[in-house]
Design a protein around this ligand. Structure first.
Ligand code: SAM
Length: 209
């Protein structure tokens, strides 16, 4: 099992050992007033940690998070990371994301399209980590378009959802295609299927070329 980043621990909730971060609850997860459970069934990054992927995450790093939705995962990230830029293009979940950001002074929601990094390049500084969970067609292209934000030693932690690319194709073939595109901008270090937490999703750890 790989190491957890500083600020992420295993804690007991309802008699079960769960990943947890320190912060205000966001999505009804069990909490004890200080720590809150990080539900890997609702978070691909949580599943990457649960399955033991070498994410290279350390506490305090700067993060660009693509596909933040209502803030389920990015709120956990902002609990242990440094400045965390959360890109989401749908206005409705962004309203909940703003609520999650309220008690988190390191979480910066951006109502932007991750396919157009030029629209937030003036705000986002070079980051240590890109976390991507956009679940939309062209997932590798989105990652490639944002590689410019990673510093040389940085990591891309991406979840690729097979059905967002092709609902009928064999997920393994879809993953191979997406990884081939990803290699235009990244060296892929590790991949792992995220079952049983998320069906037909591939976790990817990569670094910029
Ligand atoms: N990462 C979230 C979490 O764990 O809490 C869940 C993300 S959900 C699977 C995918 C999100 O990506 C949706 O909210 C969708 O609106 C957003 N998304 C898809 N394409 C996007 C794009 N081009 N730019 C920004 N957000 C995008």
């Amino acid at each position: 099992m790989s190491e957890l980043p500083d600020g992420v621990e295993r804690r007991q909730f309802d008699g079960e050992s769960r990943l947890a971060t320190r912060g205000e609850p966001v999505y009804g997860e069990p909490a004890d007033g200080e720590w809150r459970a990080w539900d890997a069934r609702r978070s691909k990054l949580g599943a990457m940690l649960e399955t033991g992927m070498e994410t290279g995450l350390v506490g305090g790093g700067t993060v660009l998070y693509l596909g933040a939705a209502a803030g389920t995962t990015v709120s956990h990230v902002a609990d242990f990371a440094g400045p965390t830029y959360a890109v989401e293009f749908a206005p409705r979940p962004t309203r909940d994301l703003l609520d999650a950001a309220e008690p988190r002074d390191r979480l910066f929601p951006l109502l932007k399209d991750a396919r157009k990094p030029e629209t937030y390049a003036h705000v986002v500084e070079p980051v240590d980590v890109i976390v991507q969970d956009v679940a939309t067609r062209g997932q590798a292209k989105v990652a490639n378009a944002n590689a410019q934000f990673l510093d040389g030693e940085g990591r891309l932690l991406a979840a690729i959802k097979a059905r967002s690319e092709d609902v009928v194709a064999d997920p393994s073939e879809v993953f191979e295609r997406e990884l081939a595109t990803l290699r235009d901008s990244y060296e892929v270090l590790e991949t792992r299927r995220l079952e049983p937490f998320h069906d037909s999703h591939l976790g990817v750890v990569a670094r910029p070329r």
